[in-house]
Design a protein around this ligand. Structure first.
Ligand code: GLC
Length: 726
């Protein structure tokens, strides 16, 4: 074991010589004397087991994308990127591998396990007072953090670096479906958004836009003039976002396949031949993204679509998903054949059934595939969790080569900590189940802890059938998630807003418009969470240290000023809410309906709050402000020079509004617009000051609620001067 430390006191323990994961900015660590490692560590030939004590009241947050509640205590979780469309509570892993958690104890602590293979976390399951980490390998690094919950998140996130920032249009509403099959259909979807006065900034192209599911091709039959189509859509301010899958179709004459074979760019089997799997295109090879030359080659392939005007992508099936491997299928068929005509006993029958049912994503297949990790041969199973990360890294590096200062849109399915600097994520193939709306709510803080600030779920649910009520309630939550995408699977009920009754469509219009109204606040909080290594979505105990806050599982803090308590149950017209302090409830129906009656002062403690189907309940924290603007149907049309501020201000409030050009990476070198809003209440009068370097800012209308629940409307017509901004 080797011991390291940063000046901030973050401890790192190196167990052996780990395979690099590219997650931590190593340079900040210096070697130090050994220190006390918490808990008990046992090493066997092939694995490490680390046991740590838990106290009765400890609450555990983290593990990013996984099943179950915000407090992870009481179950066993795995980090092993999995292509599994049934996110039921008995599952142990989803698409991401996020080995970071925080234990909220009297003296909070946190651990990150930096390891590319499978890790299991038994969090008080086998024994209620023991947290057991099992690492399937003996070479890994562990980081141990102490401080408050907020400080630990801050330390960890500062180690993994700044997160991916999408272009600002990525904060708009996005419509997807597997699939809008041709140009006419995509066009008619765009037209419907405009006809129905619904905001929309992007439409996704799922696998059917390609020619026989071949990456970087476009079907000439279904999209005969792709480039001009992309341009036409862009002139309407609608971006098209094509999918790219991990598997490359085996087809002679197909350039990506031919080049890959010629240059030995694909993952191999044990005998050194390209590994054969099957995904959407039928038989495929997987590019070996562990090899930097391959990443460079694959990254350049995106240029073909970028040249046609495309500005963003979604990378999919990159766990990697394997429907079957050539060998796996052969073995299963020969087993089935060997049983033909026999009088099967029940156990052999179950074996036979399992052989077929377990053919996809099998451990045997993952163990039969090899990478050339920049010269070193590694078995896929040992580095499984990095595959999707490195595919997306290839894309991000390709974008960087193409236009270094431009922000490209990128979301991906499989992920690992460290990937957050390259891309956002969507949370994969959920269902149109109310339970998955709740899972979406509960997963957001963990994703942020792992650095995935730009994230969101398939709103309305991917599999299964969504009702109008489910879609409405889901949107009432998703309008706060940075990625806001409605996506649904082939064969399910169509989920575009106009597929429901007029009443539902009208409600959805108000909800989505409210998203656009909130963009000044959401974008500002997103960027600040990124710069300051903070959470955008947080459990209440991120800010409040009372015991009750620790128990709340279905409310979230959103940035500095808001608390959310979404409705996530069928037919519910209200819910219980815990307020850790006095707040103002704002029942939003539509941006235009901003009136005094919509606000209600609420005391600290428990409440039952009625929430009609057209209401979005927002809780305003005291002394904080929310900045909005009049909604438009595209992000680029938002008027950010005339703003609206809403706040509950008993005495004083300060808010720094962040903005920038939304398109370039200038934000990295401080190219930004900042506006400092200060409100003071003196002798029943509000005094307001606005300092800004945003020369375009013209007016701000303040709606301030005082401690008697009375509101005050003050319009500030300011001429602002750069020199005022400090
Ligand atoms: C995967 C993706 C899903 C997509 C489908 C077809 O299941 O997770 O979003 O629609 O593949 O490409």
């Amino acid at each position: 074991m080797n011991f390291y430390q940063t000046v901030e006191g973050i401890n790192k323990i190196s167990f052996g010589d780990m395979i690099p994961t590219e997650t931590i900015l190593q340079k900040r660590f210096v070697k130090t004397d050994s220190f006390m490692v918490p808990g008990v560590i046992q090493k066997s030939e092939k694995r490490f087991t680390w046991k740590l004590d838990l106290n009765d009241d400890d609450v555990i947050y983290g593990l990013g994308q996984n099943v179950r509640g915000m407090n992870k205590r009481g179950f066993v979780y795995e980090s092993f990127c999995s292509d599994d469309p049934n996110h039921t509570p008995d599952k142990k892993s989803l698409y991401g591998a996020h080995n970071f958690f925080v234990v909220l104890s009297d003296k909070p602590w946190g651990i990150y396990i930096d390891f590319a293979g499978k890790v299991t976390f038994d969090i008080g399951f086998e024994h209620k007072d023991v947290l057991k980490i099992e690492v399937e390998g003996i070479d890994f690094d562990a980081y141990v953090f102490t401080g408050t919950y907020k400080q630990i998140v801050n330390q960890f996130r500062s180690l993994i670096g700044q997160s991916y920032v999408p272009p600002k249009w990525g904060f708009g509403y996005q419509q997807s479906r597997w699939s809008y099959v041709d140009q006419e259909e995509v066009l008619s979807i765009a037209d419907k958004f405009d006809e129905h006065d619904l905001p929309c900034d992007a439409i996704y192209l799922d696998i059917d836009y390609m020619e026989r599911f071949k990456d970087f091709t476009v079907s000439e039959e279904r999209f005969p003039a792709f480039q001009s189509f992309v341009t036409d859509m862009k002139s309407r301010e609608i971006k098209l976002i094509p999918i790219i899958d991990a598997g490359v179709k085996i087809e002679s004459g197909y350039d990506v396949y031919e080049e890959g074979v010629k240059n030995d760019y694909f993952c191999n089997d044990a005998s050194g031949h390209p590994f054969v799997a099957a995904v959407w295109p039928g038989k495929v090879h997987f590019p070996d993204f562990f090899n930097s030359q391959v990443r460079k080659w694959f990254g350049q392939k995106y240029h073909h679509l970028l040249n046609m005007g495309i500005e963003g992508f979604w990378n999919d099936m990159n766990e990697p998903a394997i429907f079957y491997s050539e060998q796996g299928l052969k073995d299963a068929i020969s087993f089935v054949n060997s049983q033909a005509g026999k009088n099967l006993d029940i156990y052999t029958f179950f074996d036979l059934k399992d052989k077929i049912l377990n053919i996809s994503n099998s451990e045997v297949d993952y163990k039969s595939m090899y990478h050339n990790y920049d010269g070193v041969k590694v078995n896929h199973y040992d580095v499984h969790n990095l595959f999707g990360y490195f595919m997306t890294r290839a894309a991000a590096e390709g974008f960087e080569d193409y236009a270094p200062d431009k922000r490209h849109f990128m979301i991906t399915r499989a992920s690992h900590i460290g990937m957050a600097k390259h891309s956002g994520i969507w949370t994969g193939d959920n269902h149109s189940w109310w339970e998955h709306l709740k899972l979406n709510i509960q997963m957001m803080p963990g994703l942020g802890m792992a650095g995935f600030l730009y994230s969101g779920a398939d709103t309305g649910g991917f599999g299964g059938e969504a009702s109008g009520e489910l879609l409405t309630r889901w949107l009432q939550f998703s309008i706060f998630t940075p990625l806001l995408r409605n996506h649904s699977a082939l064969g399910t009920r169509k989920q575009e807003p106009w597929m429901f009754e007029t009443e539902t469509l009208d409600r959805i219009r108000d909800v989505v418009k409210m998203r656009y109204a909130l963009i000044p606040y959401l974008y500002s909080e997103f960027m600040k969470a990124n710069f300051n290594h903070e959470l955008l979505f947080a459990p209440l105990s991120y800010e409040y240290d009372d015991l009750r806050s620790k128990q709340v599982e279905d409310q979230l803090l959103l940035g500095d000023s808001l608390m959310l308590a979404p409705v996530y149950e069928q037919n519910s017209r209200g819910r219980s809410v815990y307020l850790p302090e006095k707040m103002v409830l704002w029942k939003v129906t539509a941006f235009e309906h901003l009136n005094e009656e919509a606000f209600e002062l609420m005391e600290e403690g428990y409440h039952f709050v009625d929430v009609a189907l057209n209401e979005i309940p927002l809780y305003l924290k005291p002394g904080k402000l929310v900045v909005l603007t009049k909604p438009e149907n595209r992000v680029s049309n938002l008027d950010e020079s005339n703003l609206v501020v809403v706040g509950y201000v008993p005495n004083k409030a300060i808010y720094e509004l962040y903005n920038d050009d939304g398109l370039t990476k200038g934000y990295k070198s401080g190219d930004s617009l900042k506006t400092m809003l200060k409100v003071d209440r003196h002798k029943n009068e509000y005094q307001i000051s606005v300092d800004t370097n945003d020369m375009a800012l013209k007016s701000i209308t303040f709606y301030l609620i005082d401690d008697n629940g009375k509101w005050h409307v003050i319009k500030q017509n300011a001429i602002m001067d750069e020199s005022h901004y400090v």
